[in-house]
Design a protein around this ligand. Structure first.
Ligand SMILES: Cc1ncc(COP(=O)(O)O)c(C=O)c1O
Length: 439
């Protein structure tokens, strides 16, 4: 195969059957659409190319930069495309959570701008999320940027209407599958593919997969976050189901160890979600059925993600004092305190107030006298044991009170006698009109 440009290599990815000896389904042929084999490594190559190709000539003429709100695969593909055309690329994000991808973006020459998101609560007098504000500015014309706008641009979905969907039909001899399962990030791939497949088979069962609420799976959103995405339409999916980080890693292990597919966590999540969903119907079927799921990207970028969540897989000792190991009963038993009681407690007993948000949000506004230890660092500190004495009570605050309650439960398990989590977090504190100070 010979090509004039690496961008011509995007698409036409293989559809590979998973052995029934692995998935155990009796009446369903399960296929993986291997989007990880796109040249820059993921399903986002298609969207990135489709969102930029029309604007590149003008951008090169004007010397514009390509810009996108992404810290993952879209940024990676855009950084490559920008480099191919001699343009700068800037990735705006509210937190780079996967260190390998951050390093790769820097290696590719990307500029990274990290901003706190809405839940980080930058400034209570300004209800605009900084990312929303940036989005608005970038949507204006003549900004010096080619803004690809992956969460809103129809070109994202259209990449899959033109490419991914028709390729699946072609490889199944013109027949749409009976089931289609995909993880949802911007919703571009699942919406585009579902549109094409449903056009051929209105009875298709489309399953959208999101991350469990308290779990982070790089590249996809949880059920609350997905509703903030411009391209997301619940009517696209017959069911929306969630997968946990552990399930995604288990699915990934099956793909990498048993199927020869070096998939990342969302590919694993899609496999796990597909088999779980299909098992419910498999036994009742009287005719053979076909199902397709998407493998979005490759495993190599997620070694630190795996090391943190499943160290035993990399021959590391189990992580001591980890929130991942908390039992539901420990979480419910954690002490939560409302804003009014917290204010009184601070005034009377002077607990150590630990703010778990990012340093940017903390610097902008925080509870007076609190100290800032960003959650990832706090997590690390706790592995070594209690980082402070037991005699002083502790109040933990995070953006909305979800993370702090987990750390309160963990500190309690570690023997701290009086640790409480601020209900509703700094946003709740702000909304109650309680005072915040600026550095
Ligand atoms: C690893 C990974 N999986 C899944 C997705 C979801 O794809 P989409 O944005 O088309 O919903 C993304 C999107 O960035 C991703 O990076």
């Amino acid at each position: 195969m010979r090509y004039d440009s690496i961008t011509d290599v995007i698409g036409n990815t293989p559809l590979v059957r998973i052995s029934p000896a692995v998935h155990g389904l009796k009446n369903i042929d399960l296929y993986a659409k291997l989007e990880m084999l796109n040249p820059f490594g993921s399903v986002k190559d298609r969207a990135a190319w489709n969102m930029t190709r029309g604007g590149l000539a003008t951008a090169m003429e004007r010397g514009d930069s390509i810009v996108e709100l992404s810290s993952g695969n879209t940024a990676k593909a855009l950084a490559v495309i920008a480099g191919l055309h001699g343009l700068p690329f800037k990735s705006v994000t509210n937190r780079m959570k996967v260190p390998e991808i951050k390093d790769l973006l820097l290696l590719l020459g990307a500029e990274i701008e990290e901003l706190p998101g809405q839940t980080e609560c930058l400034d209570p007098t300004n209800t605009d999320d900084p990312l929303t504000r940036i989005h608005r500015v970038l949507s204006e014309s003549e900004t010096g940027y080619l803004h690809t706008d992956q969460y809103y641009s129809a070109l994202n979905t259209e990449a899959h209407i033109a490419g991914t969907g028709p390729e699946i039909l072609r490889d199944l001899d013109g027949h749409a599958p009976d089931y289609f399962i995909a993880c949802v990030g911007t919703a571009g791939s699942s919406t585009g593919v579902a549109t094409v497949l449903r056009g051929h088979n209105p009875a298709i069962d489309v399953v959208g997969l999101v991350a469990h609420k308290s779990d982070f799976i790089p590249g996809i959103r949880n059920i609350d976050e997905v509703h903030e995405v411009g391209l997301f339409d619940p009517a696209t999916y017959d069911t929306i189901e969630s997968v946990s980080a552990d399930e995604a890693i288990d699915g990934m292990l099956t793909l990498v160890r048993r199927c020869g597919m070096l998939a990342g966590p969302t590919g694993g999540g899609a496999y796990h979600g597909a088999v779980r969903h299909l098992r419910k119907v498999d036994a009742e079927l009287t005719e053979r059925r076909t199902a397709v799921f998407i493998v979005c990207d490759r495993v190599e970028s997620y070694m630190s993600y795996v090391r943190k969540r499943r160290p035993e897989l990399l021959n590391q000792p189990p992580r001591q004092n980890s929130v991942a190991g908390l039992a539901p009963a420990e979480l419910t038993a954690a002490t939560v305190i409302d804003v009014e009681s917290a204010q009184k407690w601070i005034a009377e007993d002077h607990p150590l107030v630990i703010d778990l948000r990012g340093p940017f949000a903390y610097a902008a506004l925080h509870i007076e006298g609190s100290i800032n230890i960003v959650d990832e660092l706090f997590d690390e500190l706790l592995h070594g044991g209690l980082p402070f004495g037991r005699s002083r009570p502790v109040l933990l605050a995070c953006p909305v009170g979800e993370k702090s309650v987990r750390y309160a439960a963990l500190l309690t398990r570690m023997g701290h006698p009086d640790v409480r989590s601020l209900s509703g977090g700094i946003i709740g504190w702000r909304d109650a009109g309680a005072p915040l100070v600026r550095d």
